[in-house]
Design a protein around this ligand. Structure first.
Ligand code: NAD
Ligand code: MG
Length: 394
């Protein structure tokens, strides 16, 4: 068996930790080339001691000096680098076979694209990168021959239910539509009045999944499903109207593909990200992920409902941005990142999130995308506009 060398971008986060858990079960098949982290330096140091990467990448020089000293004390050869260029370097290094793109938010765009352009097997958790730069990102995949494998559980499920030649076009392979499942988050049953006063800690307590703060808030507002709708359109070359969202509170059916002959294929499993991670690492093989077998009798029942766009307007905002195209999705994503950070910092209420995003989308006109700098400019403009809205409010 050949050894695959892996760079894990965002190793200290929820997806990063799950990735290293799977890899530790298969030390004969995977070797860590680089680990990166922006905070939680203690976690990164422990990970380095265990996996002995050639490189570790941190945010700034101060962190780099401290971590390097700590690793030298332990007689580790790991070289500690810092800054955005170093992230791109370890994503594109010639020795790397697989890159786990698990940085959260727009910060992950450049390093993820660097991995794509270098033709790696890219395990895509960082959905924001694809949402921001969809057409350019997918063109880069085609140009370099990179293998793009979705880690988002829904998209990984869809990938598993698609025929191998789905890139020929959904109509050609007989797919009618994609059914994207959503748990509905912790506030699924809340009224608009109740939503107005929820706290960040309530928003981060997801009923089925344990995740980073940003995606937890996105799940609670349903923006996560909005970002995933856009992600599905790019990954599977689908129109927004070919992707339907279904609320499924148990999070056991991870998504479904509906074919023209009436067949509906679904992928099921316990809600544990190690399943899609192991799938994408080993594809087309299968390896043990550490996830327990699904006990259908314990699950008992599977429920499905329509989403409520009145209480959760973010999904509709994302659908509109997907249909508008151009820089609209980058604007949506940037406004959402500002909104989530402001909500987590106690600067605005949960129900302000869609209001801020809608304001930003209606103030900045979407333009046809020229290049990466154009996308980053749209992202910056949207952040400035969203901050202005917040300043006026307070
Ligand atoms: P997290 O907050 O737990 O971890 C984020 C990682 O990114 C950390 O290692 C952090 O140090 C790093 N990071 C943060 N800001 C950075 C910056 N400016 N520069 C460089 N590194 C930075 O997040 P997570 O839950 O692991 O999610 C990671 C990505 O995976 C997100 O895009 C999320 O939407 C996606 N995702 C997560 C899950 C999940 O179950 N957690 C499921 C599907 C998709
Ligand atoms: Mg998901």
């Amino acid at each position: 068996m050949t050894l695959s060398r892996v760079s894990v971008l965002g190793a200290t986060g929820s997806i990063g930790v799950s990735t290293l858990d799977v890899i530790a079960r298969h030390a004969d098949q995977y070797q860590i080339h680089a680990l990166t982290g922006h905070s939680r330096m203690d976690v990164l140091a422990e990970q380095c001691l265990l996996h002995k990467p050639a490189f570790a990448v941190v945010a700034n020089a101060g962190q780099a000096v401290a971590l390097q000293a700590r690793l030298h004390e332990q007689k580790l050869q790991t070289q500690v680098l810092h800054g955005a260029a170093a992230l791109e370097q370890v994503a594109a290094d010639a020795e790397v076979d697989v890159v786990m793109a698990a940085i959260v938010g727009a910060a992950g765009l450049r390093p993820t694209l660097a991995a794509v352009r270098a033709g790696k097997r890219v395990l895509l958790a960082n959905k924001e990168a694809l949402v921001m730069s969809g057409a350019l990102f997918m063109q880069a995949v085609r140009d370099s021959g990179a293998q793009l494998l979705p880690i988002d559980s829904e998209h990984n499920a869809i990938f598993q239910c698609m025929p191998g030649n789905y890139a020929d076009g959904l109509a050609r392979v007989g797919v009618r539509r994609i059914l994207l499942t959503a748990s509905g988050g912790p506030f699924r049953e809340f009224s608009v009045e109740q939503l107005a006063s929820v706290t960040p800690s309530q928003a981060c307590a997801h009923p089925n999944w344990s995740m980073g703060q940003k995606i937890s808030v996105d799940s609670a507002s349903m923006m996560n499903k909005g970002l995933e709708l856009i992600e599905a359109c790019w990954l599977f070359d689908a129109r927004p109207d070919q992707v339907e969202v279904v609320i499924h509170p148990q999070s056991v059916v991870h998504s479904l593909v509906d074919y023209v002959d009436g067949s509906v294929l679904a992928q099921l499993g316990n809600p544990d990200m190690r399943t899609p991670i192991a799938h994408a690492l080993a594809w087309p093989r299968r390896i043990n992920s550490g996830v327990a077998a699904l006990d259908l009798l314990a699950v008992g029942r599977l429920d499905f409902h329509a989403p409520d766009n009145l209480r959760f307007p973010c999904l509709q905002l994302a659908r509109q941005a997907a249909s508008a195209g151009g820089t609209a999705c980058a604007i949506l994503n940037a406004a959402n990142e500002v909104a989530v950070a402001a909500f987590l910092a106690g600067r605005m209420s949960f129900t302000d999130i869609p209001v801020m995003i809608e304001h930003t989308l209606s103030t900045i006109t979407s333009e046809q995308v020229q290049d990466l700098d154009h996308i980053l400019l749209a992202d910056q403009r949207a952040r400035t506009q969203a901050e202005k809205w917040l300043a006026r409010r307070s």
